[in-house]
Design a protein around this ligand. Sequence first.
Ligand code: AMP
Ligand code: MG
Length: 496
Amino acid sequence: MQLPFDNSYAQLPAEFYSRLAPTPVKSPTLLHLNHALAEQLGINTTQLSSPDGIAVLAGNAVPEGADPLAAVYAGHQFGHWNPQLGDGRAILLGEILDRDNKRFDIQLKGAGPTPYSRNGDGRAAIGPVLREYVVSEAMHALGVPTTRALAAVSTGETVRRETFLPGAIITRVAQSHIRVGTFQYFISKGNVEAVKALCEHVILRHYPEIAAENNKPLALLKVVVDRQALLVAHWQSFGFIHGVMNTDNCSIAGDTIDYGPCAFMDNYDPATVFSSIDHGARYAYQNQPGIAQWNMANFAQCLLPLIDEDDEQAIKQAQAVIDGYPEVFSRYYRERFGRKLGLAQTNLDDGELIESFLTLLKENKLDFTNTFRALCELPVHESDTQQDAKFKTQFESEDSIQVWLALWRQRHSHNAATQQSATADANNLMRSANPAYIPRNHRIEQMILAAEQGDLAPMNRLIKILADPYAEQANANDLMQPPEPNEVVQATFCGT
Ligand code: AMP
Ligand code: MG
């Protein structure tokens, strides 16, 4: 099995990782292979799905050119500092340049113990592997920055969690696996040289556009803050709840990473939290924007000695960037939600139009995804008696939604060039921002239960439908429906 590796992280000093190979498993079989992604990466899919390829995906064979390693990092977990974490069950095989010459990590998650496993077994169960596979690929199709899934294999071994479960390994593809926690690890050890090397690596790899800046660390802080704000604005606009926004799960490239007890909410309620371990609701939907800022403040701390020799000056400049986050986030948030309302351009006043609609969703306990999708059917200029009536029946008070619809149409009337084409444009924009399908939690749970019993049909179906989430597809109405009362998932588990 030949993979076109071109490794750069492994060139960093030895203190950044431990070199080790994955631990082989008993009898691997392929659960799913992402053909489109493999092709984008220039990997031959016939080879990859052959026994030799599956051996690589299972960690039973190390392909030529790989330089396998587990990276070290630290992090704040639920606000508590942990000075040493690291890839406890993931092995980076190496990096590949894709068809567009973009660099991607190829990582096996669940590939066996490493020096950073603490008390863990280094393995993953089929449930979390398939959740990450399906949700990360769905996020990609929705247009959200994210790590991706190249393959999932079952190991033929069991892992011990609350019960014994089938083991599995996911091959994760990421712009990189560098986290806020990677910077934190080195700065907490007073290793400024390592932070410097990491900055250089990150700028070269992810942000070459700032390489000529006078104050590169400050420019790096700004761009990472910007990407984080954009990412969380995306999450909010789809009702996505990450669940474990620890600093070690915060990607420097601005991707959604480390899918654990994540979930999309059905009914719109900003207080929603799913994770069974999030007792304080720290990572509730409504807290995500603020937590991202908290994470960015921790990132800023790592860069202070590089931003300015003078502590006070460094703090002042970094603080200004962190203080600017709410405005950056609000702009992205308004942009994302503006599109959901059919507005290609938004201004400050549109915030109120967005919030008043969300308030109505909350008061009426309406499904976030489906209500926005239903709004796509309403003409943005004149009312359509039949369509409007159908839409309004979802609301307890038809007056309040009537008032809102009038305000919405008034806002659109400012935009109209020629009304008809503007209407079509606005409705098309809405259909491209309001998905018909999201990976609903109850469907994910059903898919996992089936896969644990050896039935992969629900997984295959979810992957297929969710690859095209903005287009209504034949025989997939059930995947649009929110859960029946007996299907509602109250809590999600990391399963680690
Ligand atoms: P996560 O919540 O999945 O991001 O994991 C947090 C930390 O725990 C990371 O350092 C993981 O590598 C580690 N970890 C999680 N599960 C396991 C496991 N089964 N074995 C070893 N380490 C693990
Ligand atoms: Mg993690």
